[in-house]
Design a protein around this ligand. Sequence first.
Ligand SMILES: NC(=O)c1ccc[n+]([C@@H]2O[C@H](COP(=O)([O-])OP(=O)(O)OC[C@H]3O[C@@H](n4cnc5c(N)ncnc54)[C@H](OP(=O)(O)O)[C@@H]3O)[C@@H](O)[C@H]2O)c1
Length: 300
Amino acid sequence: MMMGKPHWHVLGAGAIGCLYAQALQRSGCRATLVMRSGTPAHPVSVIVQEDDRRLEQQLPTITPESDAAISHLLVTTKAYDVRAAVAGVAHLLADRCAVLLLVNGLGLAEQLLQDRPGLDVYCGTTTEGAYTIAAHHIRHAGRGETRIGQAGLATPPGWFAQWQRAITPCVWDPQIADALWSKLAVNCVINPLTALHRCRNGELASRSVLAREVDTLCDEVARVSRAAGYAAIADSLPATVSAVIAGTADNRSSMLQDVESGRPTEIDYITGHLLKVAAQHHIAAPHSQSLMERIKHRAT
Ligand SMILES: NC(=O)c1ccc[n+]([C@@H]2O[C@H](COP(=O)([O-])OP(=O)(O)OC[C@H]3O[C@@H](n4cnc5c(N)ncnc54)[C@H](OP(=O)(O)O)[C@@H]3O)[C@@H](O)[C@H]2O)c1
C-alpha cells in the first residue's frame, strides 16, 4: 500500500509534460521536471494558458547528474527519444519504479522492459491537446480524456487515485492494449496521408483522390489489426477513421506539423510498428510500407 502522495518526475518537459506536471502539482502531488543533461537545475516557471485563465506554477527540476531517487516516472518525450531519455536516468530509478509512458505509438513499453525488466511499466493515451508557445509556456488547446492501464492489471495501482484528482477525466482501462491499438490504427491512416499530402485532416474526406487512399489504407490496416487479434477494431476502422476525420477536419496532424517544421516524425512507432506486426503475421502491407518510406525520406 502506498503511503502519502507519490512524487512524480516528469521526463520530457514539452507541451504534454508541462501540462501534466502542473496538473499533478496543483492536485497536491510533488512534481519535478527532469531536464536534459547539463541544463542548470533550478526551478522553472511553468505557464499553462487556457481560454479563460493563465496558470503559473514554479516547478523544481533535476538533471541526470542529480542524486535524486525516482519512484514514479512520467515519460512525455517524443517516441523516438524515449529509450535514450529513460536510459539517461536509469541510475536514478528505484527498484520496481512505476514508469508511465504517455507517448504516441507502440512498441516502447516492450523496448523499455527489454532494457530494464524490473520496471513497472504503464501505458497511457490522451486526447488532450497542447502546444508550446515558449519554453515551459504552453497553450492547453483542447480538453480530452486520458486512459491509463497495464496489460493484465484489472484494478489500478495506489497512485492512480491521485491521477484522477489531478487530470479530469482520467480513466483506468483494463483493456489498454485495445485503446492503444485503436489509436495506432487511426493514426496509421490519417497521420502519414496528411503529412505526405500536406493537408488538413478534413481534406482526406473532401478530396476524392485522398478519400480513395483512405479506403485502401483502412483495408490494409484492418487486415493487420484482425491478424493481431483486434477484430472489433478492424471491423469498425472505416467508420472510426471517418468520424475522426469529420471531428478534426480543421486540424493539422502532429506528423504533418513535424514534417512541415523539418523535425523527425514518430512514424517508426506508428506505421513502423504496424509493419512489424504485419511481418510477424506474414501479411503484406505495401501501402503502409510505401508511405513510411516516403515520409522518412521527406522528413529527415
Ligand atoms: N502535444 C499534444 O497535444 C499531444 C497530444 C497527444 C499525444 N501527444 C504525444 O505526447 C508525446 C509528447 O508530445 P509533446 O507535444 O509534448 O512533445 P514536445 O513538446 O516535443 O515535448 C517533448 C519534450 O521531451 C524533451 N526531451 C527529449 N529527450 C529528452 C531527454 N533525453 N531528457 C529530457 N528531456 C528530453 C524535449 O526536449 P527538447 O525540446 O530539448 O528536445 C521536449 O521538451 C508525443 O508522443 C506526442 O505524440 C501529444
